[in-house]
Design a protein around this ligand. Structure first.
Ligand SMILES: Nc1ncnc2c1ncn2[C@@H]1O[C@H](COP(=O)(O)OP(=O)(O)OP(=O)(O)O)[C@@H](O)[C@H]1O
Ligand SMILES: [Mg+2]
Length: 280
């Protein structure tokens, strides 16, 4: 039976740093089940990152108002005590971003950065245990010679390796939910595919639920079981990914899907699959 672990209801985010308040997310609703991968797509500025940052508790409490509910573990993350929120951040809900170079500290060794969540959430763990766990996590995310990588600095790694390091840092405390905000946009196509495969493996092996944000609908189609389509701060369409991609209800969604190379919406999905099988 499915188990809901996160429920976002009627989330609204408004900025007050200009003269007129500006609402950037309206009526955002999302349920995440244990072990599922949900995709969020939509054009630039549609509110994907703001919604994700709110869930990760990473939106500043200044110059903005947030209303609605983000229920996790019986707590509303929008109103709960800061201490409670901090106890979830990185431990239960972790996030990775588009450009790992800006998330990694250039003057700290990789190992130190991967261990950060352990230092915060498991202070009783010895340095040696932390090191063991970090090295094993670096290996899990597919980095060869993890002992060596542990000692390196971010500039010594390629973009793909840095994104693997970020995933290791996000996964080290074994979070229940991983939010990946355009984790592959800065990478070339081959490395993108490897990172997507890694996320899929983490989901399968650890049962981590993933919220995957991307402009790349073909990646979302490969990875996600459910998809949310956003436009101008609102959800305009949502449903099982197979259904949304095969029978988009909104013109906006159709336009996004039509932009995926090789997709022809005029051909019903079933016959397209049969057509493809013929060519295998
Ligand atoms: N400090 C701010 N004050 C006012 N509006 C802001 C601020 N920061 C972001 N916004 C606005 O919030 C809206 C949503 O931004 P968000 O970053 O969530 O978009 P996105 O869907 O993630 O876009 P992208 O695909 O480019 O990452 C945008 O219109 C943006 O201009
Ligand atoms: Mg964004």
């Amino acid at each position: 039976m499915s188990e809901k672990i996160l429920t976002v209801s009627d989330l609204q985010i408004e900025f007050h740093d200009h003269q007129l308040p500006e609402t950037v997310v309206y009526d955002f609703n999302l349920e995440v089940e244990k072990g599922e991968i949900v995709g969020i797509v939509g054009e630039s500025g549609s509110g994907k990152s703001m919604s994700a940052l709110a869930i990760a508790g990473l939106l500043s409490r200044h110059s903005m108002t947030k209303s609605g509910q983000i229920m996790y573990d019986g707590q509303n993350l929008l109103t709960c005590d800061r201490k409670v929120l901090r106890s979830y951040q990185g431990k239960q809900i972790a996030m990775i971003f588009q450009e790992p170079m800006t998330s990694l500290n250039p003057v700290k060794r990789i190992g130190w950065q991967v261990e950060e969540s352990l230092r915060i959430h498991m202070p009783q763990m010895s340095g040696q245990e932390r090191r063991q766990k970090a090295v094993s996590m670096l290996e899990t995310v597919g980095l060869h010679e993890p002992q060596k990588v542990y000692e390196m600095y971010p500039h010594e790694l390629s973009g793909g390796m840095r994104q693997r390091v970020m995933i290791a840092a996000a996964m080290i405390a074994d979070p229940e939910i991983l939010i990946a905000d355009e984790p592959t946009t800065a990478l070339d196509v081959t490395v993108q595919a490897q990172i997507v495969e890694l996320l899929r493996r983490i989901n399968r092996e650890k049962g981590t639920s993933i919220i995957f944000i991307s402009h790349d609908l073909s990646l979302v189609r490969q990875l996600c079981s459910r998809v949310i389509v956003m436009q101008n701060g609102r959800i305009v369409e949502t449903g099982a990914a197979g259904e949304v991609f095969a029978h988009p209800q909104q013109e906006y969604t159709r336009r996004l899907i039509a932009a995926i190379p090789g997709v022809d919406l005029s051909v019903p999905r079933g016959s397209r699959q049969k057509e493809m099988q013929k060519h295998v």
